[in-house]
Design a protein around this ligand. Structure first.
Ligand code: ZN
Length: 105
């Protein structure tokens, strides 16, 4: 699946975003234990303006299981606060669908 496709499915199948206009959820999987973790960004408060335009957010995700890996996620947004780039270190970004599948097991 391409980057754009995964972005699209992220927005289409995201139940958390339905009634949450300013929320942007990040879903990631820990590279050590495989736990799926999600966290909410507030598009009004969590975005930091960049000198070159747009916004950037850095988040550290830690799971609930006995694994203390810290997954560092960086998201870049354009002026309209749409995601243009996202990356994770020590983990992998996944879609809402993947998250729901994993966490309901
Ligand atoms: Zn872990």
């Amino acid at each position: 699946m391409g980057f754009l496709d995964s972005l699209k499915s992220l927005f289409r199948a995201n139940p958390d975003n339905q009634y949450d206009k300013y929320g942007h959820w990040i879903y990631a999987r820990c590279h050590r234990c495989g736990e799926a973790i999600k966290t909410r960004l507030d598009l009004r408060n969590d975005l930091h303006p960049r000198d070159e335009g747009g916004y950037i957010v850095r988040k550290t995700l830690v799971g609930n299981q006995l694994c203390f890996e810290r997954i560092k996620v960086t998201l870049t947004f354009d002026e309209q606060r749409r995601v243009v780039e996202q990356e994770a270190v020590r983990g992998k970004l996944i879609t809402a669908e993947e998250f729901e599948t994993t966490s309901s097991q």
